[in-house]
Write a protein that binds this ligand. Sequence first.
Ligand SMILES: Nc1ncnc2c1ncn2[C@@H]1O[C@H](COP(=O)(O)OP(=O)(O)O)[C@@H](O)[C@H]1O
Ligand SMILES: [Mg+2]
Length: 517
Amino acid sequence: MSDETPTDGRRTADRDFEVDLDDVLDDEDGDEGLFDDLLSGEPIFENKEVLRPSYTPHELPHRKDQINNMATILVAALRGETPSNILIYGKTGTGKTASAKFVSQELEKTSQKYDVPCEVEYINCEVTDTQYRVLAQLANTFIEQNRAFVDARVEELEALRDEAESDPAALETGGSDDVFAEPDEPDDSADPDGEFEELRKRFDSVADIEERIETLHEEKAEMEQVPMTGWPTDRVYATFFDAVDYVERVAVIMLDEIDKLVEKSGDDTLYNLSRMNSELDNSRVSIIGISNDLKFTDFLDPRVKSSLGEEEIVFPPYDANQLRDILQHRSEVAFKANALSEDVLPLCAAFAAQEHGDARRALDLLRTAGELAERDQSESVSEEHVRRAQDKIELDRVVEVVRTLPTQSKLVLYAILLLEDNGVHNVNTGEVYNIYKTLCDELDADVLTQRRVTDLISELDMLGIVNAVVVSKGRYGRTKEISLSVPVEETEAVLEADSRLSDIENVTPFVQARFDN
Ligand SMILES: Nc1ncnc2c1ncn2[C@@H]1O[C@H](COP(=O)(O)OP(=O)(O)O)[C@@H](O)[C@H]1O
Ligand SMILES: [Mg+2]
């Protein structure tokens, strides 16, 4: 393990880097290249990678209880029993994925140490979001393992056969009753615990061994990978089922972002997985579901709900002090000594604590602040860098949300923006709708009803892009007053970058004219 620590890896990478760099710089004698300025600054980071979301920390402060809780449940797998299913809840950035991955690594490590057949299969359901894909991915993983298992077993058998060919006494007979039965039982011969000594008791003759090798080859040939689409779901499920059950094992299936799977494709997958154990002969399946949405079980079939939620573990949000500890641990590896001024970590922690205690946000902030300091060629990261990092991350989020809006929502937003641009604040739905219609005309786009546009405005409100408050207009009833919650210039730039909307740049005078009326 120790030679894999990021610091070591980084040092090696750095050395290689420097060698190449010297060559490059020599070639460019005297010329101030694009990267010279950036390089001459004292680097802030020692190892930036440990601040990225992809890095799995080996130490997880303030998650001891949750980790111990998981381990206590999963230890059953190491005793060859079926662990209870576990449901893990908590908001984003509360360390669910990191903790679960840490526990599964430890579990697999221990299972190898004691030679117990136990595996964890991790699936991110935000990426793998249909029953077909989940089952296919699982089936293919197990098929691959089974093939490797068959290869290893065939190798052993061939060695035994070669030995027996030169010395028939190599096959000592075991219990006389079993001798004929055993070699043909696939589950027995597929026992991954089988020691070589055990193996030789099972076979009477070279011919027996040959036969078994032949059977294994045939079985391997039948292990067909599931294609990414096209099979009926029943067949995918059956293939997965056979693949798991091919050898004795406990398979822990970890479904991360399980709420996304249920939202997109219902609870069939969970239903199928949770009722498997009663039908499996050799193996056992246990499920760990991880959800960001605390209420997602409301959408589950009651049977699935009770089976999946046998054990529930909650990951509460971190408070500012806990976030500071987490950042402290990481920053020691991530930054050069003295690269952080005193208030940097507390400020990152405080900002992230406001974001529902999100450790991911805290780490993003710290990394971004470091990058800004590096860009400034500062000696160290300051409080000011953290504040700018906070603005930058917030703006990046807005840009991303706006960029991915459907065209109709973009048009509605653009209408609000044009009004704001022309000095009209706190507009009402009717005003927005009028401009929206003009924009649609310009673009030959479908014109939605005012009712639909009102809905789209509510959506924009929920996304935090506009702020819509209902105000009473006395006897004229109630209306919505809409204002932008995002910076005008940047938002406009994002909207105008959309090829469909770029045609309407010249609408402003027209909009102006409407107001003059
Ligand atoms: N207790 C902790 N100690 C160290 N790092 C943590 C801790 N909790 C979360 N993190 C880090 O914060 C980020 C988000 O954590 P993650 O496990 O992905 O959250 P979740 O899955 O709950 O959304 C990851 O980079 C993770 O390594
Ligand atoms: Mg996660």
